[in-house]
Write a protein that binds this ligand. Structure first.
Ligand code: UT7
Length: 328
């Protein structure tokens, strides 16, 4: 029986901040609409010379420092992203190079906004096979380069950021300990949230401009309904599998896509608002980065305390969703 211990947390958001008022100058929107419909007040956007690996490098360094580990001790890098620097090499390989190390197994995991829980589960799989592994699980998203800045229904929602944890095995007395995780997907609903561009089903010719399919396209209302339903039901399933109920949960930390979704999931699970972590007002939806970014802030601010049972949940394109229990 392996105990999965989180040794360190890291996060990074680029310096440049784009407020709702800034967006009013770009598309036909208002601070009032964005705030009341989503809870978002501002988001961070990368500098021209930054890519996903640059942010991942920063959050990886923070997680390694928090764990008191040197990069050379790592055995694996698992990177969750749908906005890697390039198709090849993978973001994980580029992060490895930036950390100045080599030899580790490196892989990208693509599960859209559920990327962190999928990457964490992948890392747990490696640890089952190699209990001495020391794994960097890092997520990073540059969504600002994958939204159509003329489409007000999507561009106001997203932001750029990265988050990371270091996962190793340990003893039952150590914490934070990943207790259990459930993942799910339904490809039949894939067309409700897409970024087709760059994929092999789409033909690109040298010199031709990209079309709308290059960017995030979303049937917002449908995604909203599925997000609430899927996250709340997988949380209940995971708790039940562990002989727990929502009253045992000290902190619910959901994917930060829309404050109304976070609120609806909390209500469905009957977890009081004061136990639900939310930082969407500062970052918008940062896809795979949202949960580890929020985790790092929640730990640092003391929102999550020693002894807390923390329930993480995500939902994203694919559709993909998941829930994970962490005992602090
Ligand atoms: O990360 C996982 C995936 N993402 C999500 O989970 C997001 C899920 N969806 C949502 O969060 C919400 O559906 C949105 C925030 C995307 C949209 O909120 P909504 O309350 O579902 O609005 P709506 O799409 O029903 O649009 C309502 C109105 C429309 O106008 P009409 O047709 O009623 O005249 C839109 O054109 O709001 C209009 N609208 C805007 N108005 C001002 C849409 N975007 C904007 C905007 N500013 N940025």
């Amino acid at each position: 029986m392996i105990n999965f211990i989180i040794r360190g947390f890291g996060r990074y958001a680029p310096e440049k901040v784009l407020t709702n008022t800034d967006l009013e100058k770009i598309v036909d929107t208002s601070d009032e609409w964005i705030t009341t419909r989503t809870g978002i007040k501002e988001r961070h956007v990368v500098a021209d010379d930054q890519a996903a690996s640059d942010m991942a490098f920063e959050s990886a360094k923070m997680a390694l420092a928090d764990a008191g580990m040197d990069a050379s001790e790592l055995t694996h890098i698992v990177c969750g992203t749908f906005t890697p620097d390039s198709m090849i090499p993978s973001c994980a390989c580029i992060v490895q190079e930036k950390l100045g190390i080599s030899g580790q197994a490196c892989v990208d995991v693509q599960a859209a906004c559920s990327g962190f829980l999928y990457a964490l589960q992948t890392a747990r799989g490696y640890l089952m096979l190699e209990p001495d592994a020391k794994i960097l699980v890092v997520t990073s998203e540059v969504i600002s380069r994958r939204v159509n800045w003329e489409d007000r229904t999507t561009c106001v929602l997203f932001g750029d950021a990265s988050g990371a944890v270091i996962l190793t095995s340990g003893t039952e007395e150590e914490s934070p300990r990943v207790l259990d995780s459930m993942l799910a997907a339904d490809g039949k609903l894939g067309n409700l949230l897409t970024v087709h561009g760059g994929g092999s089903a789409y033909t690109y010719k040298l010199g031709e401009p990209v079309g709308e399919e290059f960017f995030v396209q979303m049937a917002g209302r449908d995604v909203f309904k599925h997000a609430v339903r899927s996250m709340s039901s997988i949380c209940n399933d995971l708790l039940e599998r562990n002989g727990l109920t929502t009253t045992d949960v000290d902190v619910l930390l959901p994917h930060q896509a829309n404050y109304r979704i976070i609120d609806a999931v909390g209500r469905k699970l009957e977890i009081p608002e004061e136990k639900v972590f939310c930082n969407i007002h500062k970052y918008g939806n940062t896809s795979a980065a949202s949960v580890p970014l929020a985790l790092s802030e929640a730990v640092e601010s003391g929102f999550i305390k020693d002894g807390d049972l923390v329930l993480l949940t995500t939902f994203g394109g694919g559709f993909t969703w998941g829930a994970t229990l962490v005992q602090f």
